[in-house]
Write a protein that binds this ligand. Structure first.
Ligand code: HEM
Length: 244
């Protein structure tokens, strides 16, 4: 039987959709090159040039990821209703909304939302925090590993031996550097590397969870969540809770 209670809502604006897919593509590429770096020995990749080259590729994709993320943060203040931070992140009265949503799911008649459902909001908050952690730790490693912006010239200035032009020092080459300062830098950058790596593992877990729940909600609750990320339009069968 044809369901005549379907209503179409314009939800995700073009910039939000572009952000989503650029974010997806850059993160998948960063994970791909991150793992090539991590397992380069096993893959038979050796030599300083290859090591530096892989980092350069990862970092350049990282800059695209960062620019896209910065743009989304800005768009959260000027975009349409659904792109705004007060619609994306958990806010006032969130606990009650979450409890109501969970009990509606348990009762087998999940509340429908034009924007994100409360669980989606929590997931997005966590994913954004992870992205920010990876961005900061990645930028620190970009500067401390291969002297890339924004911190690279500061790092090169610090480790260059007296009388050596900082621009002349090369990643993983000891000549022209101060041994003690290189050791201090190594100790400083280590925790950032660990945070970056474990952050990447947690983010991968969140990506799998995100896709699993999006598919599950789409099948069990409807709402055309997946097509909405392409078309911007959601099709709902009930009156959405966030328009009540
Ligand atoms: C979602 C974002 C990101 C993910 C999932 C990610 C993932 C990874 C992974 C899996 C590694 C390998 C870990 C290792 O070698 O120990 C790595 C290393 C690295 N990443 Fe990222 N990354 C992200 C963002 C960035 C950004 C924005 C930058 C800088 C612009 C960056 C710079 C680096 C650098 C310099 C390394 C080498 C660190 C090392 O040798 O320990 N990453 N990344």
């Amino acid at each position: 039987m044809i369901n005549t209670n379907l209503h179409e809502y314009r939800v995700w604006d073009v910039p939000t959709r572009i952000f989503h897919w650029v974010n997806f593509i850059t993160i998948i590429s960063l994970i791909f090159f991150g793992f090539i770096m991590l397992f380069k020995k096993e893959l038979g990749i050796t030599g300083i040039d290859a090591k530096v080259g892989l980092k350069e590729v990862h970092i350049i994709i990282g800059y695209v990821f960062l620019a896209n993320f910065a743009w989304r943060i800005l768009w959260g203040f000027i975009g349409n209703r659904y792109a705004r931070w007060n619609q994306v992140l958990p806010g006032k009265g969130f606990k009650t909304t979450l409890q109501r949503y969970i009990s509606s799911v348990k009762n087998g008649a999940a509340d429908q939302y034009t924007g994100h459902n409360p669980m989606g909001r929590l997931a997005i908050l966590f994913i954004f925090l992870l992205m920010a952690t990876l961005a900061v730790s990645g930028l620190v490693r970009a500067g401390t590993d291969i002297y890339y912006p924004p911190f690279g010239s500061l790092v090169a200035d610090y480790i260059a031996e007296d009388g050596t032009n900082p621009d002349s020092i090369r990643p993983y080459v000891a000549s022209g550097t101060d041994e003690e300062k290189v050791a201090a830098l190594k100790a400083f950058k280590k925790p950032f590397g660990l945070v970056h790596l474990y952050g990447a593992y947690v983010l991968m877990f969140m990506i799998v969870l995100h896709i699993f729940f999006v598919v599950r909600v789409e099948i069990k609750e409807g709402g055309s969540l997946i097509t909405a990320m392409f078309t911007g339009k959601k099709i709902l069968t009930k009156k959405p809770v966030d328009l009540e």
